[in-house]
Design a protein around this ligand. Structure first.
Ligand SMILES: CC(C)(COP(=O)(O)OP(=O)(O)OC[C@H]1O[C@@H](n2cnc3c(N)ncnc32)[C@H](O)[C@@H]1OP(=O)(O)O)[C@@H](O)C(=O)NCCC(=O)NCCS
Length: 173
């Protein structure tokens, strides 16, 4: 898995030792509310599970899922990953960023870099994202990273006991 450097941050694989800063920056109710599988509170055992999962994924030959840690000042401040690469031509992108780093253009840049990596290195032709219809910041990130809005998927996901609408965005090469 590649290491991608920008002026502000590094995108690199998750590794042992990341657990504490991962837990510190991801442990936020708004992050949990806007994503499907990130719990709140996010405990050390959740961070350990995530790191182990990524170490296992890294050993697999066929890459269905690739997750980058966003590192800044030696801390894990966020994550961005490509998933569901079953067929080899498309992937779903997902991401989160620690609250104190919001609004600085970090995720727009990270999504642009990972999308470029997906198209050029992984030879993908389509990268898409599902955004809960109330998540304006995430929709703005995707638009600013060159993704196009493809439509609203009504009651697309079940979160707890609620059915939520998703907005579908995609970029093709
Ligand atoms: C979504 C998230 C990753 C954005 O990260 P970020 O680094 O702050 O994003 P950026 O600074 O690159 O861009 C944010 C954009 O959203 C806009 N924005 C922020 N809050 C907004 C709001 N409440 N309403 C409308 N737009 C908003 C900003 O103005 C900016 O757009 P602009 O550059 O056109 O002005 C971050 O808020 C987050 O982690 N949220 C919780 C988890 C999540 O939503 N993950 C994605 C699930 S699909």
């Amino acid at each position: 898995m590649a290491i991608i450097r920008s002026k502000k941050f590094i995108l690199r694989p998750f590794r042992r030792g990341d657990e504490k800063s991962l837990m510190k920056n991801i442990n936020n109710p708004t992050i949990a509310r806007n994503t499907l599988r990130i719990p709140y509170p996010y405990k050390l055992k959740d961070a350990r599970w995530w790191i182990n999962r990524n170490l296992k994924l890294a050993r697999k030959k066929k890459k269905i899922e690739i997750n980058f840690a966003i590192e800044m000042n030696k801390e894990i401040i966020g994550g961005v990953g490509l998933d569901k690469m079953f067929y080899g031509h498309s992937a779903e992108i997902g991401y989160w960023l620690g609250k104190k780093y919001w609004g600085q253009g970090i995720m727009t840049e990270a999504v642009k870099l990972v999308t470029k990596y997906g198209f050029n290195k992984l030879k993908l032709s389509r990268i898409y994202a599902f955004v809960f219809s109330f998540n304006r910041a995430s929709a703005a990130v995707l638009k600013n990273a060159g993704f196009k809005y493809e439509g609203k998927l009504r009651k697309h996901v079940k979160k707890g006991n609620k059915l939520l609408d998703d907005l579908l965005f995609a970029k093709v090469k």
